[in-house]
Structure formats: C-alpha cells, structure tokens
Design a protein around this ligand. Structure first.
Ligand code: NDP
Length: 350
C-alpha cells in the first residue's frame, strides 16, 4: 500500500477543502484550532498501471498549512503525527509531499524517531526527490528543443544547485544530457565549490548573472518570498522550469519568448478518480496530474520496492534516477510539457 502526506497551499484553501470534504468543524476553526488538530486520512485511492498491476493507497492531510512554518514546534509535530498515522495504517511506502520533506530535513526530524508509542520505521517513507529530479531533467530535455534551444550548445542555470534535487539535476544534465555549460546558483559558497569539484565543471554565478546568460533556468530553491525577476534581462527564448514549491514563477517572469513550465509534475495516463487532489491542488488536470514526489510512492509500490528510496540530502545517484525513470514510463506517467502557441510550435518544427 502507498501513502501520500500532503497539505493545502494556504490556510484559506485548507478551510474550503475541509468544507468540501465534510470536515465542518475544521472549516469553521481558526489557525489556533488547526495548530492543535490531528492529521486526517481523508481518502483511499486505487491506481491501475498499464501493466495491469493494481495498487491501493491513502491520502493523509497533515493539517499543516504554510502559515505554520514559523511555528517550529507545530510544524515538526504536524509532520511526525502524519508519519505516525501512515505507519499505524500499515502503509508500506509514503511520500512526504509539499513542505513536509523540507520540514523533515531542516528541522532534523531524523532525531525524533519515537512518536508516543510508535517508533517510526524510516524505510516506510520517501521524499520522492529522485523521481522529481528525473522528471525535471526530462522536462528540460523534451521542451528545450521545442523552443529551438540546442542543449549541447546551451547554458543551463540551476537555482538551488546544491540542494538535494538541484545537485541531482546538475549531475544528470552534465553527465547524461551533455549540456554545454551549467551555471550554479545558491547562497552558500562552500557547498557550491564542493558541487563544482564533484561535477568537474560548471560556473558559480549570482542569480542576476546567471539569469542574464541562461537559455534554460531550472528553479529548485524554495523561494516563497522571492523578489520579482527582471524579465528584460532574460535571453529569448528562455525555458524556465519552475521546480520549487510553491509554484509561482509564471507570475514573476512573463513576456514574449519566456516559457514557464511547472516542474516536477507528471500526468498519469488515465483518471485516478480521487477527490482530494481535485480540491487541494492547482493542477490544470487534477484527475491525472500530480507532484512527481507523490508518484514516486506509487511507483515504489508498483515495483514492490518498499524502501526509503529517496532519503537524506544529496544521495541521489544517476542509477537511481534511471531506475525510477524507467518505472515511471512503464507505469503510465509522463512529464508535463509546455503548451505552446501554434505559431511557436510551427516555428520550431520548421
Ligand atoms: P534543499 O533544501 O535540499 O535545497 C534547496 C537549495 O536551494 C539549496 O541549494 C539552497 O542553497 C538553495 N537556496 C535556498 N534559498 C535560496 C535563495 N534565496 N537563492 C538561491 N538559492 C537558494 O531542497 P530540495 O532539493 O529538497 O527541494 C527544492 C525545492 O523543490 C523545494 O522548493 C521543494 O519544496 C521543491 N519540491 C518540489 C517537488 C515537486 O514539485 N514535485 C517535489 C519535492 C520538492 P543555499 O541554502 O546555500 O542557498
């Protein structure tokens, strides 16, 4: 059985989700009430792969909302309680979605294995970051050529290059895709220097310098409060993969020749038939589209790989990306692509 631990994108949307799902007490509650509320298993889901294999799963709402991020103890408790609920329900492999994996890592929850009478079994959980990284690389490889960008001659900036997803994307794009040059962006110099040494290349630049030179920009930093981007400084065409959470790049970088694609999103080949994802996420086709990290839990269950496949920071190997990528294709997922206006599509196919 697979599990998905998620949360709403804001307190306001959480309350309207609660109302639509029949949790009236939650819908009427204030933020204080939500801070003390337990997680809820809100929906059971069944998914069938094109191979014919059927798996069962559950969506657990952690009852966390981003407004709680500054409340260290509350955020920590929300994630641990949701993990405990997943384990108590006998779920074999559960993905930590949205902010929950970031809270797990940043608040060092590995040290908090005991939740009341439950000893959390880490092998039952995955961050889903290996599949997310693979999907983002696939989105770069599939969409850049559609805009007339030749990756073998292109500069690709990775914003958040030293992170778990960013470092895996850098390794793949330099070793597998063979992009002409990687532009590495993050705040701390030492991890950047270590990454550069590990890659045997790449240029370390400030965000402004990188944006002015990049044909493709992969955003995998958490930039919830980011300042706006000066679109006049961007190259044209420019492919922007918005891999962070929340996905807010399209409102910050717009203009002729700038193409923003929601990164780390996959589409399943048929309707899943879930209700919670329709209400809780802002996907264009919520019956089929989902975060790649959620899909990773499904893929691991389809493959019978009940293990914490993506865990800790900067342990994602190319071999693991190959494995999860092959499973993704086998079980009917495809990476989200740009919807290009007719004249761009015809120009680039000419
Ligand atoms: P990490 O914490 O491992 O990495 C974050 C990276 O961003 C680091 O390189 C960090 O380096 C950099 N960074 C942080 N703030 C800034 C800033 N202001 N400017 C430049 N760089 C910055 O995170 P993950 O790799 O686990 O996740 C990355 C993003 O992907 C998150 O937003 C996460 O929510 C999202 N995500 C999306 C998924 C999806 O859409 N399917 C699934 C899973 C995660 P430094 O601190 O040195 O600046």
């Amino acid at each position: 059985m697979f599990g998905l631990i998620g949360h709403s994108t804001s307190f306001e949307s959480a309350r309207s989700l609660a109302l639509s799902l029949g949790f009236e007490e939650y819908a009427a509650g204030d933020l204080e009430m939500w801070c003390s509320a337990p997680p809820q298993l809100v929906e059971r889901i069944s998914v069938t792969s094109p191979t014919g294999k059927q798996i069962e799963g559950a969506y657990i709402d952690s009852v966390f909302v981003p407004e709680m991020l500054s409340r260290f103890k509350t955020a920590k408790r929300k994630v641990l309680n949701a993990m405990e609920l997943a384990q108590k329900n006998g779920i074999d492999i559960t993905a930590l979605g949205g902010f929950t994996s970031i809270i797990f890592e940043d608040f060092k929850l590995l040290r908090e294995q005991q939740v009341r009478a439950t000893t959390l079994e880490w092998q039952r959980f995955t961050t889903g970051n290996t599949h997310t990284a693979w999907v983002i690389c696939r989105q770069v490889e599939e969409n850049a050529p559609r805009l007339g960008i030749d990756l073998k001659r292109a500069r690709v900036a990775v914003v958040g290059a030293t992170g778990d997803i960013g470092s895996a994307v850098c390794r793949w794009l330099s070793q597998r895709t063979g992009v002409a040059e990687l532009l590495l962006v993050a705040r701390r110099p030492q991890p950047l220097a270590d990454l550069q040494a590990d890659l045997g290349g790449g240029r370390i630049l400030s965000l402004e310098e990188a944006l002015a030179q990049a044909d493709v920009v992969v955003w995998v930093a958490s930039l919830a409060q980011a300042s706006s981007i000066d679109a006049s400084q961007l190259r044209r065409p420019c492919l922007m993969i918005d891999g962070g959470y929340p996905k807010n790049l399209d409102s910050r970088a717009a203009g002729e020749g700038i193409h923003v694609l929601k990164g780390g999103i996959v589409e399943f080949g048929s309707d899943i038939g879930w209700q919670v994802m329709i209400e809780a996420t802002e996907m264009a086709n919520p019956q089929r589209q989902m975060f790649a990290c959620f899909a990773e839990a499904m893929l691991l269950d389809f493959e019978g790989l009940h293990t914490n496949f993506s865990w800790g920071r900067n342990h994602i190997t190319l071999e693991k990306m190959d494995l999860i990528g092959a499973a993704s294709q086998r079980h009917g997922f495809r990476a989200l692509s740009l919807e290009l206006p007719a004249q761009v599509a015809s120009l680039t196919s000419a």
